[in-house]
Write a protein that binds this ligand. Structure first.
Ligand SMILES: [Zn+2]
Length: 103
C-alpha cells in the first residue's frame, strides 16, 4: 500500500506533480508596529464612527471570530504554473489585459 495521495492545486484544481509542488503560506495579523493612536486622531469624527461601528460588530462575534481579527494563517498548495502566476501578483489585484512585448 504505497499509494501516494494525489495532491491537487488549490487554484486550478489540477493534480500537482511531485516536482512542481509549491506551498504558499500567508499570515494576516494586526501590525504590532503600529503606533498608539494620538488623542488628536481620536477626536476625528470619522475615527469615532469607525470605532463605534467596529465595537458594534465585535459584540456579535464569537471568540473564534475575534481571534481571526488578530491572526489568520492560510496555507495553499500550488502547481508550478499557478506558483509563477501567484508570484507575479501575490495580492490577486485586478489584472489588466496581458500585454505582449515590453514596448
Ligand atoms: Zn495550479
Amino acid at each position: 500500500m504505497s499509494h501516494v495521495p494525489r495532491v491537487c492545486c488549490d487554484l486550478c484544481n489540477r493534480p500537482i506533480s511531485p516536482h512542481g509542488h509549491y506551498i504558499v503560506r500567508m499570515d494576516v495579523f494586526a501590525d504590532p508596529q503600529m503606533p498608539a493612536v494620538t488623542s488628536e486622531e481620536i477626536e476625528e469624527a470619522d475615527y469615532q464612527a469607525a470605532m463605534k461601528e467596529l465595537m458594534e460588530q465585535m459584540k456579535d462575534m464569537s471568540a473564534d471570530e475575534l481571534q481571526d481579527q488578530v491572526h489568520r494563517r492560510f496555507e495553499f498548495k500550488l502547481c508550478r504554473a499557478c506558483q509563477m502566476r501567484f508570484l507575479v501578483n501575490p495580492l490577486g489585484k485586478p489584472r489588466g489585459p496581458i500585454k505582449s512585448g515590453a514596448n
